[in-house]
Design a protein around this ligand. Structure first.
Ligand code: TMO
Length: 312
């Protein structure tokens, strides 16, 4: 074989290798979860990427398992990483080096037990968790017997409320819902009859525009509370504390996104939502009845000056 032919073959094989590694024409896979603002914001990100000429695909995924899937490259991007729900799974994936922190939104977050304001009238001492516990019987149902009912979140939101109830020796029982819509149906039903209810809620969310209420104040969150049994009022148990009252909201991406789709990576790093924008995004769906796709399209149409700054 002449040197020239050899050189030619090497060149061809290099091109093929490059082509098989870099498939920038593949869709960027956006992780979709089971709460509204995440779906709307994901579609906003997708619309912006499409404006830049990229293809996107929306893939439903489990709130906890998605972080390892991102590290593995099975998913490329997650737009809402909530400190209260995702901290452990996110940190574990980050530690592999294959999931990258894509920055923190301006929004601060809180996820915890919550009650409508009228409950204060029948349970003096709220928002203290100890006061709530003294009123446990007010929240009892046929299902929970003598114990108060806490209407809890779907399993994949990464809470440990059964453990918290046990660690704090509370006279409550968690009754988890299968999906977010059931939380709001339970709240509305109780609200209409002014019945005591305590349920899982979070902010930013559309709820704050519709219902007055407050979070229960548990012992203040600390990272050691989750890992060190000796921390907190129960020396033998973890989870004897509340969730972060000023949690972060981050974005996360597969490490390879930066090199595979550099222009997309830049946009995704710059996306930055506020509390007001996220609450409004969920209200477009949960109050006004739009689909999350239509809500995202409306948001993009009405907020050009916001997103053009992210596209530079
Ligand atoms: C993660 N979530 C906002 C549903 O609590």
């Amino acid at each position: 074989m002449t040197t020239l032919v050899k050189a030619g073959l090497i060149a061809v094989s290099l091109v093929m290798t490059a082509a098989s590694l870099v498939r920038a024409d593949e869709p960027i896979k956006i992780s979709m979860n089971n709460w509204t603002s995440q779906n709307v914001l994901s579609h906003v990100a997708g619309i912006l990427l499409e404006k830049k000429g990229f293809e996107v695909e929306y893939i439903p995924s489990d709130g906890q398992l998605q972080f390892q899937a991102i590290a593995d490259g099975d998913l490329d991007f997650q737009i809402e990483v909530w400190e209260g729900s995702h901290l452990t799974a996110f940190n574990n994936a980050l530690a592999t080096g294959n999931l990258v922190d894509y920055g923190t939104h301006a929004a601060t977050t809180r996820e915890d037990w919550w009650y409508p304001e009228y409950v204060k009238g029948v349970c003096p001492g709220l928002p203290s968790w100890e006061a709530l516990n003294k009123c446990a019987k007010l929240f009892a149902t046929a299902e929970t017997g003598d114990r108060g009912r806490f209407v809890g979140p779907p399993a994949d939101w990464g809470k440990h409320y059964a453990e918290r109830i046990a660690a704090l020796k509370m006279n409550f029982e968690e009754v988890p819902v299968g999906q977010a819509a059931t939380l709001w149906a339970e709240l509305q039903a109780a609200y209409d009859r002014k019945e005591p209810i305590v349920l899982f809620n979070w902010t930013p969310n559309f709820i704050e525009a519709r219902f007055k209420g407050e979070f229960v104040e548990f012992p203040q969150y600390s990272a050691e509370c989750l890992s060190d049994p000796k921390w907190g009022s129960n020396p033998d148990a973890v989870y004897d504390c509340g969730a972060p009252a000023n949690g972060y909201l981050k974005k996360a991406a597969w490490k390879g996104l930066e090199t595979k789709w550099p222009a997309a990576s830049q946009v995704l790093k710059q996306i930055n939502f506020t509390n007001e924008q996220i609450a409004a995004a969920s209200a477009m769906v949960d109050v006004s009845g739009l689909t999350s796709e239509d809500a995202a399209a409306k948001w993009v149409a009405e907020n050009e000056s916001v997103w053009t700054a992210w596209m530079k």
